[in-house]
Design a protein around this ligand. Structure first.
Ligand SMILES: CC(=O)N[C@H]1[C@@H](OP(=O)(O)OP(=O)(O)OC[C@H]2O[C@@H](n3ccc(=O)[nH]c3=O)[C@H](O)[C@@H]2O)O[C@H](CO)[C@@H](O)[C@@H]1O
Ligand SMILES: C=C(OP(=O)(O)O)C(=O)O
Length: 432
């Protein structure tokens, strides 16, 4: 087992390049199953464990997939299998997004029921409601969800109870091959939805309205593989912006798209962080003193839940009381306990965490509970006295490529070490 050891106190400076967005890559790769003709090439794909899991899911469906030099080549023209077993869905919930494409292409999909996880129960009822509205029969049993349709899915009108990102994507991918027009209302508006729509349209689909609350899809008979570069990762970018701010540093985050990050930029500016759009990215300059602000996670364009933990790390250093309210996932405060180990003053009241600062954070041994909490602990470690040891790195590896190396290149005292070295971590850390 590995650990990240970080010694706080260094101001970050320099430039860091953002990679392709994990949350755009996964649905786009799933959508490549829809191409009855030709190959797809998906570019700017970072080497994350989730990407490798998606590759395995597709290979298992008899799709020919190769991944090299940040490019995913997918050939889905062979006869497809229709089952995604628990071993993949357990590793990565996004495996469930192959259901819509399979149903549309083959008329059948059998996917293991995605379970709960560290951030909440995460049901898929809205995905299933969409498939049923399109004419599919959905059955749940023996730990699997099976959806079938005789003939083609039929265009329809669907209203989502909640603007779920995954349900919007899954239903969009099913509807592109349906007969007639589908209108989906109250959809998610995240940049990753727009990216998926752009890819689908480049394959020959007719999707309109992605990025607004209503998506209209005119079904087509078949799709053809194409080349697509995914959007930059706004969550990775945001994590580096917070790392820069928490250390009072000056960092250029290359590739960060301001338009995708308005709520984070607005809140960081309220805290006193200087953020400017500069050429192909964002420059972030951390102030000497940070001000407390309140945060409420909401569907896009609200404040993203995937930035909540990292933002809480920054708020720990802010002067005053901040209220962080999590409205998307019912259990996304697992990092609070870990921050407390680092001397963080945080109280939880229902769906809110009350952070009182500024805190003089102390290095401690802390565990990632999901990928963003892991990154948030590393970021907090950059501003803590002494050594912070972050464990359970498998979570971080799902969503961040070379986090340690990138922070080190910005001047952080940080090292990723094997457990046996970490036993002697102080010694290792002293040699950083
Ligand atoms: C791979 C990927 O892109 N993951 C992102 C995606 O996850 P994901 O697509 O799973 O998130 P959703 O938007 O679907 O979930 C948001 C909320 O809706 C609920 N819900 C969802 C579907 C459903 O059928 N029924 C239901 O009740 C969930 O339990 C959750 O409370 O969007 C989340 C919200 O921005 C992000 O945190 C994740 O990083
Ligand atoms: C929660 C996340 O991802 P997933 O939906 O894949 O668990 C995330 O990216 O922060």
């Amino acid at each position: 087992m590995e650990k990240i050891i970080v010694r706080g106190g260094k101001r970050l400076h320099g430039s860091v390049k953002v990679e392709g967005a994990k949350n755009a890559v996964l649905p786009v790769v799933a959508a490549s199953i829809l191409a009855e003709y030709g190959e797809s090439t998906i570019e700017d794909v970072p080497p994350l464990t989730d990407v490798y899991t998606m590759k395995e899911v597709l290979s298992n469906l008899n799709v020919a997939v190769t991944y090299e030099n940040g490019r995913f080549h997918v050939d889905a023209t062979r006869p497809l299998k229709t089952e995604a077993p628990f071993e993949y869905v357990r590793k990565m919930r996004a495996s469930f997004t192959v259901m819509g494409p399979l149903l549309a292409r083959v008329g059948k999909a059998r996917i293991a029921l995605p379970g709960g996880c560290a951030i909440g129960s995460r049901p898929v009822d809205q995905h299933l409601k969409g498939f049923e509205a399109l004419g599919a029969t959905v059955e749940i049993g023996n730990g699997f969800i099976e959806a079938r349709i005789d003939g083609r899915l039929q265009g329809t009108k669907i209203y989502l109870d909640f603007p779920s990102v995954g349900a919007t994507q899954n239903i969009m991918m099913a509807a592109v091959l349906a007969e007639g027009t589908t209108t989906i209302e109250n959809v998610a508006e995240e940049p990753e939805i727009v990216d998926l729509a752009n890819y689908l349209n480049a394959m020959g689909a007719r999707v309109r309205g992605a990025g607004t609350g209503v998506i209209r899809i005119e079904g087509v008979d078949a799709l053809t593989g194409t080349v697509h570069s995914v959007i930059p990762d706004r969550i990775e970018a945001g994590t580096f912006m917070i790392a820069a701010a928490i250390t009072g540093g000056n960092v250029f985050v290359e590739g960060a798209i301001g338009e995708h990050m308005r709520p984070l930029i607005a809140k960081m500016r309220e805290m006193g962080v200087e953020i400017s759009e500069e050429g192909s990215g964002l420059r972030v300059i951390g102030p000497e003193k940070l001000k407390a602000v309140d945060i409420k996670t909401m569907p896009h364009p609200g404040f993203p839940t995937d930035m909540q933990a990292q933002m809480m790390a920054l708020l720990l250093k802010a002067e005053g009381t901040s209220v962080v309210t999590e409205t998307i996932f019912e259990n996304r405060f697992m990092h609070v306990e870990e921050f407390r180990r680092m001397n963080g003053n945080i109280k939880i009241e229902g769906r809110s965490a009350i952070v009182t600062g500024p805190n003089s954070l102390q290095g401690a041994e802390v565990g990632s509970t999901d990928l963003r909490s892991g990154a948030a602990l590393v970021v907090a470690g950059l501003a803590a006295d002494g050594y912070t040891r972050v464990t359970e790195l498998k979570h971080i590896d799902r969503g961040y490529n070379r986090l340690t190396e990138k922070l080190k290149a910005l001047g952080a005292d940080i090292e990723r070490v094997e457990e046996h070295q970490a036993k002697d971590s102080l010694e290792v850390a002293e040699s950083i």
